[in-house]
Design a protein around this ligand. Sequence first.
Ligand code: FMN
Length: 182
Amino acid sequence: MTRTLVVLAHPDLDASRVNAALATGIRDLPDVTVHDLYAAYADFRIDVPYEQRLLTEHDRVILQFPFYWYSVPPLLKKWLDEVFERGWAYGSGGDALHGKRLRLATTVGGGEKLYQPAGLNRFPVTDLLLPWDATANLTGMSYEPPFIVHGASSITDEELAEQVRLYRRLLTAASLRPAALV
Ligand SMILES: Cc1cc2nc3c(=O)[nH]c(=O)nc-3n(C[C@H](O)[C@H](O)[C@H](O)COP(=O)(O)O)c2cc1C
């Protein structure tokens, strides 16, 4: 059974519509741990050994967050900076994450058309997230295509329900797939 860790990083989950719905939609899944970073570390003081242990105990890691300034919210960046230590995640002896899978799940305010060469934001979100592909590579994780909810600022209830269904299916499929076949 694949164990999935969802690292949820929303600075104001109470005010969130899309991430809150996505998280609610997967919380009851077996073998899925939803870890709310901002709830755990309101003071931004991350318990690095605890975070490393959580990662070690799971086979697959999903980073779920609202897209902020073409990037991740600050606590998630701090989490990366502090938890993915040299000698643990990379460098000599740094093989703790080898063989695990990494997927980003992000909600993006702007629609897909804005993220095209002729659009306001010029680049597709998958391109803007490429540093995570490099991070996965450096740490021996396999990088899975990001789950992107575009138009999050104006998404209808029906569209949101469909995205929650897709997200749930993605995580269910992951947890049903035998590790040996991954
Ligand atoms: C500080 C901040 C930065 C943001 N940056 C972007 C951005 O770069 N591109 C974009 O499309 N939307 C951006 N947004 C919109 C958020 O992505 C959007 O509000 C969020 O995904 C909605 O999810 P939620 O309902 O879970 O909060 C930004 C919002 C905030 C508050």
